[in-house]
Ligand binder design. Structure first.
Ligand SMILES: Nc1nc2c(c(=O)[nH]1)N[C@@H](CN(C=O)c1ccc(C(=O)N[C@@H](CCC(=O)O)C(=O)O)cc1)CN2
Length: 294
């Protein structure tokens, strides 16, 4: 009788993600793949893009490595490669879940969607807290055993409110702030301090219908498609780098309230994808645009 084949149980390899951007030139992929090979890493997935308009090169590499390789050792030893090509780069452990804060005002569909997706493991995030300028969703949030912070905002208290948010971000080690229909304009200073770390869902297919009440604007224009846009937040309202968009066809007879209702699902889809891609380090900033290695 044949001996049962005994598959060796090799130690589980750790998974990592390297992202980089740099001025494009020959040899970048060779330098990165040679470094990974020489460091005992195995490439599982690699994506790259050279932007002829900006002359920038972008790369995302998912790779594995066994002990004694650690993320600290990788970050220390990759520095020489990064410096040689003037790279902006990051290396993360793929298993590390991103710590996020969700913010909401009076419309809770995106908040509800993100809470559920995180709870079932469809989003690789840990929701550290939810912040709102209203109290409508305190019970919903606390039903997930997540801290709810009511931070009221008026023109007079906006600076103090933002200081409280920043303290929360620092105190809880938050890496991403998600505006899940949070309807307050953030100050230039806050946008600068958290540049590239705030994602907003705008309820229109930008660049159409920026600002307030986009569904009413769209209805007045007689659109046949409505949409939602997830984008990074900058000081310029609704002008930040677009991450993801979703659209839905509408008829000539829809009312503004029906557009609001139809729009809920496309808003949730666009925002959830954007948050997932950011948490998986799939988005790289390319000036006013993004590169998304979905
Ligand atoms: N600095 C930025 N702040 C915010 C952005 C952004 O891109 N840059 N996106 C918005 C979201 N948003 C549309 O998606 C939006 C939110 C709020 C307003 C607005 O006029 N708010 C008033 C108060 C309204 C109220 O109290 O109900 C205000 O802040 O004075 C316009 C567009 C999130 N913030």
């Amino acid at each position: 009788m044949n001996e049962p084949s005994v598959r060796g149980t090799a130690p589980a390899a750790e998974q990592y993600v390297l992202t980089l951007s740099c001025p494009d030139k020959q040899g970048i992929v060779h330098a990165v793949s040679s470094y990974l090979f020489m460091t005992g890493c195995n490439i599982e997935d690699s994506q790259q893009f050279g932007d002829h308009d900006t002359g920038l090169f972008f790369m995302r590499v998912h790779f594995s490595a066994e002990s004694p390789v650690t993320v600290e050792k990788l970050r220390a030893s990759f520095t020489a490669v990064g410096d040689a090509f003037h790279m902006e780069w990051q290396i993360h452990r793929a298993e590390d879940r991103m710590r996020v804060v969700l913010m909401v005002s009076k419309f809770g569909h995106c908040l509800n969607d993100l809470l559920f997706r995180a709870r079932i493991g469809a989003l690789p995030v840990d929701i550290a807290a939810v912040v709102s300028n209203h109290t409508d969703f305190a019970e919903l949030v606390e039903s997930y055993d997540i801290p709810f912070h009511h931070i009221a905002v008026t023109k007079e208290t906006k600076a103090e409110a933002e200081a409280q948010l920043l303290e929360l971000v620092r105190e809880k080690g938050v890496e991403l702030v998600v505006l899940a229909r949070y309807m307050q304009v953030l100050s230039d200073d806050l946008c600068k301090q958290l540049s590239g770390r705030i994602i907003n869902i705008h309820h229109s297919f930008l660049p159409s219908f920026k600002g307030a009440k986009p569904y009413h604007q769209a209805h007045a224009r007689g659109v046949k498609l409505i949409g939602a846009t997830a984008h990074y937040v900058t000081a310029d309202l609704d002008e930040g780098p677009i991450i993801e968009q979703e659209v839905e066809r509408v008829g000539h007879d829809v009312t503004p309230d029906q557009l609001v209702a139809i729009g809920r699902d496309v808003e949730c889809q666009a925002l959830a994808r954007a948050v997932k891609w950011h948490a998986e380090h799939r988005i790289l900033l390319n000036g006013r645009r993004t590169v998304v290695f979905a």
